[in-house]
Design a protein around this ligand. Structure first.
Ligand code: TYD
Length: 214
């Protein structure tokens, strides 16, 4: 896929509790030291409309939300974020960091919920208008480890997605690893069991490479 805009889109992916959000923050701190304009976003959310959709998606009281509606809501939040923020920022030449993007839908709704991967590819392309990440870090961690981290972080108060069974997360992880194999030109698998500073250095080396080489 081509990248006609001047900016750079970097996404962070992986199962809940893999440390994406921490790594995004550490990368943002390093980017602050450079002169390059950047912004940090999250999915679902990042816009007023997207945050409203996020609360529909994550509230436990919406347990009856069907998989198809869930998929469309994630795509709706994404379309709004791309339209309102990501595309304009890329057109201005900014670096955009996003905590989750279209690969989350392939892994969670495709591999996790068994929805059609073909339909998801079409919907991802529709929602993003073919805006594709230049680089994606997949923070890979065994589901048992990530589960433990999520339980500690939330004090057992899990949201609708986090309440899924362990084998759902096994499928999501496998889906992510298959995606990484299929898109090795942009997806970098990071062993998220390592020390967070070691991971941050590794990520910075890769990002610095694309900042220098355009
Ligand atoms: P969030 O609290 O942002 O989780 P995390 O910190 O792990 O990223 O909640 C987002 C949840 O939504 C998370 O469980 C992953 C899920 N999700 C999907 O199932 N499909 C998607 O397309 C996206 C963007 C997220």
């Amino acid at each position: 896929m081509t990248h006609p805009h001047r900016g750079i889109l970097i996404t962070f992916e992986g199962c809940d509790g893999g440390g994406k959000t921490t790594q995004l923050r550490l990368l943002a701190e390093r980017l602050k030291q450079t002169k390059r304009a950047f912004l940090a976003l999250r999915e679902p959310g990042g816009t007023d409309i997207g945050e409203t959709v996020r609360s529909i998606l994550l509230q436990k009281k919406h347990a009856s939300l069907c998989a198809e509606a869930e998929l469309l809501l994630f795509e709706a939040a994404r379309a709004q974020l791309v339209h309102e923020i990501i595309r304009p920022a890329l057109n201005e030449g900014k670096v955009v960091l996003c905590d989750r993007f279209m690969d989350s839908t392939t892994a969670y709704q495709g591999s996790g919920r068994h929805l059609s991967l073909k339909a998801i590819d079409v919907l991802n392309a529709f929602a993003t208008g073919d805006v594709c990440p230049n680089m994606t870090f997949l923070l890979d961690v065994p589901p048992k480890v990530s589960r433990q981290r999520v339980l500690q972080r939330t004090f057992n108060d899990l949201d609708r997605m986090e309440g899924e069974e362990l084998n759902f997360y096994e499928r999501v992880r496998e889906g992510y690893l298959r995606l990484a194999e299929a898109h090795s030109e942009r997806i970098i698998v990071v062993d998220a069991c390592r020390d967070k500073e070691v991971i941050a250095d590794f990520i910075w080396e890769k990002v610095h490479g694309i900042l220098i080489n355009g």
